[in-house]
Design a binder for this molecule. Structure first.
Ligand code: ASP
Length: 339
């Protein structure tokens, strides 16, 4: 499919009238190609949703959007765009969609407000940037990338992160932008059974993206509204390097989704990297161990997406579904919600 078609499709899906310019393609012929393969994988959250909750129209809406976004990112990579910019562009599209729990569509806190978290990591430099608990930033992944590129820090939180955004010239957005009707219903539902389980929702919805670019660089990013009904400044795994996001050109890049407390306690995605580096496991073996054994043995659930340095991709989850799409180093595409 040609690029113009992607732009039109994505503009329709996200309901935005800003054209998605392809300014990130690097036409510089001096690009040193260290890899002849590109790969991309994205997720829109894992959860114990039921197939019966998804009629044909809703299923096609999700699958069509995931397909368009992953194809768009892949085409940029194939044209020589650098991985970091592709991750930021792709995650910005997912954040702008009300379908997911990130940016517009983020879930509500206990006080019916929004607190957004995001992180990004570059596998070549091992540079990383993260933000947590911001309330007025339209695209948290863009701010996380600025923390990585334009500050001497890795992780900024709440008002401090918002002050940094202001310092970098990112205008604040009115928080009412984030509110979509479903989220209010979800908050009321959870608050009604609060005594049973304070944090747990049956569907997550965080977004993530991992790519391998033509330079052989692996970049991973994750963005989320966290978990419905969170309070006391709760922060999950998504902005924590090693728990929700990790990238290292020596092994792989990873983004997690799920019940964040368990991903933090497992240092989940760094464990996958470490099993590859020190125990010579494949990406699939290592990711399966963490997602199918370690996290459930603690009582947690969720999933992980990843790309290894040769362009293999994984999308592993222990829930009933995970919104996901990927195109591996051989150009094979997968788009799915359930198993
Ligand atoms: N992992 C996220 C968190 O705990 C939630 C999600 O993946 O949807 O904040």
């Amino acid at each position: 499919m040609n690029k113009v078609v992607f732009v039109v499709l994505i503009s329709i899906f996200v309901g935005c009238n800003q054209p998605i310019e392809n300014e990130i393609i690097n036409n510089d012929s001096s690009i040193e190609s260290k890899s002849n393969k590109t790969a991309i994988v994205i997720h829109g959250g894992a959860g114990n949703m039921q197939a019966t909750q998804f009629d044909e129209e809703k299923t096609n809406l999700y699958l069509g959007f995931l397909d368009s976004v992953v194809s768009y990112g892949y085409e940029l990579l194939e044209l020589g765009a650098n991985g970091q910019e592709v991750v930021v562009k792709v995650l910005s599209l997912l954040e702008d969609s009300p379908l997911f729990n990130a940016g517009r569509g983020a879930v509500l806190t206990n006080e019916a407000t929004h607190e957004l978290d995001a992180s990004i990591m570059h596998g070549k430099t091992l540079n990383a940037g993260a933000i947590a608990g911001v309330k007025n930033i339209k695209n948290p992944i863009q701010l996380a990338a600025l923390v990585m590129d334009s500050s001497e820090h890795v992780f900024l939180a709440r008002e401090g992160a918002e002050a940094f955004a202001d310092h970098m010239g990112i205008p604040p957005i009115d928080p009412s932008y984030f509110l979509v009707p479903d989220r209010l219903d979800a908050l009321k539902r959870i608050q009604a059974k609060e005594k049973e389980n304070r944090l747990k929702d049956d569907k997550f919805g965080t977004v993530g993206c991992v790519v391998l670019d033509l330079n052989g660089d692996i970049v991973a990013g994750t963005s989320t509204g966290g978990m419905t009904n969170k309070r006391f400044g709760r922060v999950g795994d998504s902005p924590i390097i090693g728990a929700g996001t990790y990238a290292n050109n020596a092994t792989c890049g990873l983004s997690a989704t799920g019940w964040g407390e368990f991903f933090i306690r497992s240092v989940a995605v760094h464990d996958i990297h470490a099993q590859m580096q020190y125990a010579n496991k494949s990406l699939l073996e290592a990711a399966s161990d963490v997602v199918m054994n370690k996290i459930p043995s603690l009582g947690g659930d969720g999933g992980v997406i990843g790309v290894d340095k040769t362009g293999n991709i994984v999308m592993v989850f222990n829930t009933s579904g995970m919104f996901r799409a990927g195109i591996d180093g051989d150009g094979t595409k997968q788009v799915a919600i359930f198993k």
